[in-house]
Design a protein around this ligand. Sequence first.
Ligand SMILES: C[S@@+](CC[C@H](N)C(=O)[O-])C[C@H]1O[C@@H](n2cnc3c(N)ncnc32)[C@H](O)[C@@H]1O
Length: 279
Amino acid sequence: MQALREVLIWLKRELEDIDPDSAYLETELLISYVLNKDRSFIYTVDFIEEEKIKEIKKLLDLRKKGIPINYILKKKFFYDYEFFTDTGVLIPRNETELLLDVVIDTIKSYSFEKIVDIGVGSGNLAVTLAKKVDKLTIYACDISPNALKIAKINAQKHGVIDRIKFFLGPYLYPITMRNLQFDLIISNPPYIASWEMPFLQKEVKREPWEALYGGWNGCVFYEDIFKELKKMDKGIFIFEISPFIYNDLVKLINKTFSKIEFYVYKDLSQKNRVIKLIW
Ligand SMILES: C[S@@+](CC[C@H](N)C(=O)[O-])C[C@H]1O[C@@H](n2cnc3c(N)ncnc32)[C@H](O)[C@@H]1O
């Protein structure tokens, strides 16, 4: 047995070498994970068993190797729900909650019933939408079988598997080839440009390449999907962007569409993060 207070101090110091900003949070998360208790509970415990300390050391080794905390804990909280996360799928990001806010407002104001989520990943957007909006059906597409597997686990976990239809395939093809009708398209696509890839944190480099890499300029996904959208008489597309590619994207939108309504939404850091196109 060892005093839990001592273990907390030691673990926080070790984690500070990896990332000082998240060390405090990660200390609490790892200890509560090993004790299988809430974070608040750990401050009510005086001692911790040697077995549990061994387990913490093993998890710390994984963190030192650059495994993201959410792959170790196998969960990430997003919007109002906890999502299962594992290697092979992008860990949901807090900034993506803005995309969800814009999408929910749009769905409610137009009373939409069917939407397409391109690049469903862990299912964080599709599952949250199914939970938040009654009677909504979501067509969820991804090119990654791993992502689809994890998205289905999350849909099952949150009791919305019957409201989400999953399709393997790129862009809108799985939907258009089946002649399925929909009201709205949403996406948080890969948008990291070539120049940015080497500068990613080593934890981010552990996430799937196809979820991150957006081609030489970060805009390849948007170039391809815009060509498809141009063929449709009308529609609404709401998507996340990287602030780094905002200027290039505006040029691309103006070049592709002759007439379009265009709205930009800023995240909490005042960076351009979400775009809504209506044509
Ligand atoms: C940035 S992740 C977003 C995942 C999740 N929607 C989220 O917000 O966290 C992008 C996802 O798009 C998928 N993807 C990449 N290119 C695609 C394409 N051309 N068509 C469909 N899905 C694609 C990736 O496999 C990945 O799961």
